[in-house]
Design a protein. Structure first.
Length: 465
């Protein structure tokens, strides 16, 4: 590891410690402590990729450190700042049973700190996902199958070799027949790429790719995941600046019948006649406890499995809350409006939220031991760090890492050791700066380990000062 990296980290530490009484500056998304260290890691990764003089273990550790600082920057501001009071979904529906589902979903999220944090983690997982590889552009819809179908029609045949006789998207499952081999391969690659786009949060890219592949119905099914919004009938406060910028409040967006769309996607995800890639795509569009197994089967890395769990948790929480409330026209039609809202006491809501939070923690905790097909294992120190940060258990994280240092479970000669100790040392100092308690003994062990690394690199002076 270059001395310049240690020097840059020391400079950031010195600067931010001088701002230790300015929480806003420390948490700033551009110039705060975490984004500065993330940028240092990104610069180091770029330099090492150009030079090629680095082991794969060291590069993996750097990328993991970079991503973990990104997670800290995403989560800590939400935990250290108190959000302004917002109307609840119950209050919105009491005033207006035609409140759009997008507005209600936002209210459900605002009412739950745990759900808010999970959405933040989901966006972080989108940001750090690999770039989806796109298949080569096709010159037509099922062109090889089309050629053979037309040829059969010209010769008076009825199809050969189990090939479909019609060209609509449902023909293979309806007829129990297949496409031409080249078209089958392309369909599989397309479904896998669309799934990768959704995994990376690139909904618009998936829609555009579907259109370029001459499959507009795929674009429509993907856009069906968008929640219904219509500012003209919503009682949420209007943004005057947005109105001045020309935003059209009279135009609705998203899916007015998302509940029906979701049930259709669920049926497709559970349809064993479809390919695994196709089923995974629909499971990612409509994540739920029913489709969780299908979605999990497409997950190869630890990050994929975390993403899948969080997608299911967030979607189920939103659906369950709206189902419990009732009274929403867009979820239950006029019958729901006539029936009215279900009243739930604040005490019952709080008890329900606490029970749900416990379930979420148990589900996420299971990821500490999950097996993966690709990438770093679940017990990688950075994966454990990310999981503990998400669960808000940084004290347990530091105690565990310090214990492993004391018992010699980490080899000081390993390529990733300097990166790990540097990260944990700066994590201790960062948490102290933003007034999050850290275990004193564990902090001492971690800092001593990092000072030993600095001593070997002859970079001790900036930290001692």
């Amino acid at each position: 590891m270059s001395n310049a990296l240690y020097a840059s980290c020391a400079e950031v530490l010195t600067l931010c410690q001088s701002q230790k009484d300015d929480l806003e500056a420390l948490l700033d998304p551009e110039i705060g402590f975490a984004p500065r260290l993330r940028q240092i890691c990104q610069d180091q990764i770029a330099d090492l990729e150009d030079s090629g003089e680095v082991s794969q273990e060291e590069m993996d550790a750097l990328r993991m450190e970079c991503n973990t600082w990104g997670l800290l920057q995403a989560l800590m501001p939400a935990r250290k700042t108190e959000p302004e009071p917002q109307p609840t979904a119950h209050a919105l529906l009491s005033e207006n049973p035609y409140t759009p589902t997008a507005t209600l979903a936002q209210a459900v999220m605002n009412a739950s700190r745990t759900l808010t944090e999970l959405v933040v983690v989901r966006e972080w997982l989108h940001e750090t996902a690999p770039q989806p590889p796109h298949p080569e552009a096709t010159t037509g819809y099922w062109k090889f199958t089309k050629h053979r179908v037309l040829q059969a029609l010209r010769t008076g045949g009825h199809g050969a070799d189990g090939l479909v006789q019609e060209m609509d998207p449902d023909a293979p499952t309806r007829e129990g027949r297949s496409l031409a081999a080249d078209d089958t391969s392309y369909e599989k690659a397309l479904a896998q790429t669309l799934y990768a786009d959704l995994r990376a949060g690139r909904l618009d890219d998936a829609v555009e790719l579907s259109r370029r592949a001459h499959q507009p119905w795929r674009a429509a099914s993907i856009r069906g995941s968008l929640l219904f919004s219509w500012r003209a009938i919503s009682t949420e406060p209007r943004d005057e600046e947005a109105m001045d910028d020309g935003e059209d409040y009279d135009v609705w967006h998203g899916n007015k019948r998302r509940k029906l769309w979701k049930s259709t996607c669920t049926r497709a995800a559970l349809d064993s006649r479809l390919s695994d890639a196709e089923r995974a795509l629909y499971a990612s569009l409509a994540p739920s406890t029913r489709t969780a197994t299908v979605l999990s089967s497409a997950c190869r890395t630890w990050e994929d499995k975390l993403w899948a769990q969080i997608r299911v948790i967030c979607e189920d929480k939103q659906s369950a809350t709206l189902e419990r409330l009732g009274g929403c026209f867009w979820e239950g039609g006029i019958a729901a409006v006539e029936k009215g809202l279900n009243e739930v006491s604040p005490e019952a809501q709080e008890e329900e939220e606490e029970s749900w939070r416990t379930e979420v923690e148990q589900v996420l905790q299971s990821l500490a031991n999950v097996s993966v097909e690709d990438g770093l294992p679940a017990d990688n120190p950075f994966h454990l760090s990310q999981l503990h940060i998400i669960l808000d258990r940084t004290d347990a994280l530091l105690n565990d890492f310090a214990s492993r240092l004391r018992t010699g479970l980490y080899d000081p000669q390993s390529p990733e050791y300097p990166t790990m100790t540097r990260f944990f040392a700066h994590l201790c100092l960062y948490l102290q700066m933003i007034d999050i308690p850290v275990p004193p003994l564990a902090t001492q062990v971690v800092l001593e380990a990092y000072l030993q690394v600095l001593e070997v690199c002859n970079r001790l002076n900036p930290y001692c000062s």
